[in-house]
Design a protein around this ligand. Structure first.
Ligand code: ZN
Length: 95
């Protein structure tokens, strides 16, 4: 009979170490139609992961508005070479 891990402190199924609750440091990138886990449990000893259906979140359908065109793009940096001339020895080249 499988015991579901649904809260922190429950014993790991592998090594019986109390599991800890984990969550995203940052909200995950949005993907329409995808889903993610708001939190999960991990065994600090053997690193086993336990996902919980209650923590499963689906992304709302994001409607892309293109009324204002594309988002601003960062300016393209100049790739002009600034390396010194290797033949420059400080003397006029005609001497
Ligand atoms: Zn474990």
């Amino acid at each position: 009979m499988a015991i579901k891990i649904t809260q922190a402190g429950q014993p790991c199924k592998h090594c019986l170490t109390p599991v800890v609750r984990k969550s995203h440091a940052k909200p995950p990138a949005k993907k329409t139609g995808a889903y993610y886990f708001e939190y999960w449990f991990q065994c600090p000893k053997c690193r086993a992961l336990y996902m919980v259906d209650d923590a499963k979140r689906s992304y709302p359908n994001v409607v892309q508005t293109s009324l204002f065109g594309e988002a601003e793009k960062p300016p393209i940096e100049s790739t002009e070479s600034t390396e010194p001339d290797a033949g420059d020895d400080g003397l006029p080249p005609w001497d």
